[in-house]
Design a protein around this ligand. Sequence first.
Ligand code: PRX
Length: 653
Amino acid sequence: MTGNGPAIDALQQEGVTYPPPPGMAPYAVIGSAAAYARAEADPIGWWEEQAHRLQWDSPWDVALDDSTPPFYRWFTGGTLNAAANCLDRHLPERGDRVAFHWEGEPGDRMSITYRELHERVCRFANALKDLGVERGGRVAIYMGMILELPIAMLACARLGAAHTVVFGGFSAEALRDRMEDFGATVLITQDHSFRAGKKVPLKANSDDALAQAPGVRHCVVARRSEEPVDWTEGRDLWFQDIEDAADPDCPAEPMDSEQMLYALYTSGTTGKPKGIVHTTGGYLTGASSTHRTVFDLRDDDIYWCAADIGWVTGHSYIVYGPLANGATSVMYEGAPAFPSHNRIWEIAERYRVSILYTAPTAIRTYMKWGDTFPQVHDLSRIRILGSVGEPINPEAWEWYRDHIGGGTAPVVDTWWQTETGSIMISPLPAVSTLKPGSASRPMPGISARVVGEDGQDVPRGQGGYLVIDKPWPSMLRTLLGDDDRYVETYWSRFPGLYLAGDGCRIDDDGDFWLLGRIDDVMNVSGHRLSTIEVESALVDHPAVAEAAVVGRADEVTGEAIAAFVTLRDGVAGDDALITELRNHVATQIGPIAKPASIVLTADLPKTRSGKIMRRLLRDVSEQRKLGDVTTLANEEIVTEIAALAVANPHQED
Ligand code: PRX
């Protein structure tokens, strides 16, 4: 962004507020706002206190080593093992407690206790040892949501080997690139995974990837579909066979706090994915502490993070955070609509889920399906709702609270990134007064600001760049094998400040409003507008289920707002509705934000993690050849939208 004036114009005004549920504070993990002040007065002391909740084999010498910024190191000299923290230390007191209530898409179910999980991890770790995996080793994992996935991750951690999990929806090429970049010697996968009634051929994809990844010597395959797969003798081994044959006694290796626990690849603005490196002590401190405080975890909670372990949300809030806290979680293998739109709520009812953590895109989908599905299920145990992954529009926020949270459950809108490792900005459910659409304020111990082009704080109410100005324990340490790109991407624009790449504004109360990625910002007649604000205004209309907005080049205004809208089931779209929607946005935000065109479409192009690919919509709007579509989950929809956009390109007055 260049030019004078505010970095981003934030036009939408907030409305209603919700105080914390009465009577919650005295029993809450954090029950008073005093925690913020205490952490601010001594952030390092705050994090040391959180780290002390883990089990260390030897204590740290220095809590924060900031001698070579931006290469910060936490709890140096200390040693611990992540798997021992997630499993062994719970055995004396809560070994018989369920770690996961797992449910397969076809309907099979299994509950596994901490003791059982511990034994399976120990056996599998010994089996990996036989394949030459040891301290400092590198293992790639390409699986669906079956129990063998967390078992594989924890077995690596137990041995002190780093893992990289490649999301099971990725292609063979994506898998090959990541395995190669990571330097994996073993790949762990499964025969097929179940998704939306189909079988995804993970082993066949792995075979294709392995054909071009000579560094990978072994392929361990978990049985799931039981259907035949191609087999390479000497290279391929069955997961369950080598696990069963292995010894159950496997001591956990004490690891240096700064030893890499895992790398996770995330897309950057250029083609090559970035390997985000997380280490052991600081990461586990951040993930476990925030899991406990943000969700106000209690002993009798049943917690369900409905993400996929292939993304960072699953790493931190299905595996490492909840297990380090000894929580009982639900883990679901499949698609939310299989075999019917009741599935999600059926599962929540069956296991008496009390905390649900999911993404705005999922919430908007459930909203689109209609209220009747959650209505027929007993969701009365739900007491906390979480949202993550993109800004949540107030309409979806309210629906979530009303229809899933019984009109009382606080919604914690949690802002963070693969890079940050754990939640950075979020309400505390017993403390914060909630504003739908705002992620509230930085967590205790986290220091965030919003700055303009010059790196100075912008005035309250004005949009700018979100930066983090103090190191935090679960921060990424570097990009794997590319320190220069790490410095360049995150630390070069404003020296000394971590650039998150998101727009944000802080209101008069000090609450943060995320405005989407910086590259999702439009410039219309010299006004910088966030795509999310226009999208929120559209979704606020009762006819609209989901909306995506992009800026397309315009001779007169610089960029013109092009909107793509899916309607709620049963609503018929016509020209009159389009006019109504455009006027609705104008009334909600102001005439400047009125979309120049609206295309009504059955679906929006999304990545496999559910993020709308605005870049492709920009290509469509400007009638350009489509950019990279390899991460797209629903490729055919782009062609359909392109045809619609060409048929009806301009609607402006
Ligand atoms: O733009 C922000 C958005 O997701 C980005 C991080 O994506 P990823 O690394 O894939 O991690 C997603 C899960 C943590 C951020 O830069 N984002 C995430 N959570 C929120 C959000 N935007 C607004 N509000 C949120 N609660």
